[in-house]
Write a protein that binds this ligand. Sequence first.
Ligand code: ACM
Length: 468
Amino acid sequence: MIPRPNLVRETGGSFVLTEPAVSLDPGLPAEGYVLDVGADGVSVRGGSPAGIFYGTQTLRQLRDSGTVPGVHIEDAPRFGWRGVLLDVARHFMPVPDVLRFIDLAAFHKLNVLHLHLTDDQGWRIEIPGRPRLTSIGSRRPRTMLGARQHGLFDDRPHGGHYTDDDLRRIVAYAAERHVTVVPEIDMPGHMQAAIAAYPELGNGFTGGVRTSWGISPHVLNMQPATLDFCRQVLDHVCALFPSPLIGIGGDECPVGEWASWSDEPHTIQRRFTAEMAAHLATHGRRVLGWDEILAGGAPPDAVIAAWRGVAPIAVAAAAGHDVVACPDTSVYLDYRQSDDPGEPTPVGTLLTLADVYAFEPPPADRLLGAQANVWTEHMESARRVDYMAYPRLCAFAEVVWSAGRRDFAEFSDRLRPHLARLDALGVNYRPLSGPRPGDARPGAPGHPRNLEDRLAELHEMTADLRRV
Ligand code: ACM
C-alpha cells in the first residue's frame, strides 16, 4: 500500500469486500483511522471524516478482485500539510483534468492543493470589474518550446481561464476528498499577464502576456490604485476559496523597475507583503508566501513555503513562522527524472524517484509538512503532468504520511502493484524502466543542471536571508 500505513497486522483469511461499517472515534488523531477486515466484515473508524476517508483509500488498495485479506491497520499521517502545487498559469489545465489531479492526490492521502493561478505567462481567474485580466491576460499568441536557452517557440496560441463556477466546483470536489485548495496570486513580481491587461499596474510596460519562460522584469508599481487592485483581487479570491491561507507568491521579484524610487527596493516588497497580509487578516485569512518574503521580515503570522534549498526552513522557523518544506532539488517535479536522452525537456537537477523517496524535511519547530511542486512550463498536457508527477508523487506521499525508516527497495516492491492501480486509473506515469519512445519531446530541448552548481546558486540566492 502507498503511502505505507504505520501499523499493519495481517490477521489471516480472505474476505469478500462488503460495504465498510464506518464510525467516528474521537480518541483517534483527526486524520487517523483504524481499519479491520475479518469474518465480522469490514470496519473503518476515523478520528474525523478525513480519517474515515483515508481508511477507505487504504481499503481501495487492499482490494484484489473483490476480496480483501484479513487485516488490522492503525494509521495516521506524519504531517498535517501534505501538499502538491499545480501550476495552471504556465499551461492552463481544463477543469476535468484538475479534478482528476485532485482525485489522484487524495488517493495518495495528500491534503493540500496549492493552486498557482497567475503568472507572467497567464492569468486564470476572473475578477469582477477587471474583464481584461481574462480577455487579455489569459492568452498568449505562442509559447516557448523547451528551455529558454534555446529560444524556440511554437506558433500556437495558448489560453484559458476558470470561471467562478469552475473554481467553486474545484474547491467543492477537493473538499469532498479532504483536500484544501490554497489559491495563489503571485505578486508583486510574476505579474506580467496582469500588467499586459492593465498597463497602469506596471512601470511603463506596454507589451503582452509573456511567451517565454524565465522571470519577467515587469512588476507591479506600488501606486495606491495598484494596491487597491491587489486588495480587490484578494477579496474575490477569499470569496471563492475558503482556505485559511491565501498564497500571495512573493518569489523572484526583480527590483530593477523600482530602482529609481527613494526607498531601498527590498523595503518596497516588504511593505507590500505587509499590506496584503493586513488585508487578508480582515477576511480572517493568513498569507502563504515563498521564502523570499522573509527578507527584511515577513508579517508575523505568514506561513513560508521554503523552496530555495533547505536553508530558508530554519530561517523561517527561527523567525517564528510556520513553514512548509519544498526545496527545489528534492521535490520540484518539473526537474528531470533521469539522464536518459529520451526524457522530455530535461531541466533542473537530477531528481529520481529514489531521490524523492529519500527526501527528509529537516526538523524544525514550526514545520507544518512538505509539498511537491509541479511547475508546468514544460508540461503542455495532463498526460505530461502525469508523466512528471507519477510515480514520484507516490514516493513523496510516503515521505509526508508514513513514519519510520524508509527503504527504497522495499518501497519499489510495493510500488509495482501500485503502478497496476495507476494503470487502471489511466495514469500516464513514467515507467520504472525509463521513458517510452513517445515520451520524448525532441522539439522542446531542455537544459539540465548539475547539483553542485545549483546548490551554489541557491546559497547565493539566499544570502539576504542570512542577514535577516
Ligand atoms: C518558485 O519556484 N519560484 C517558487
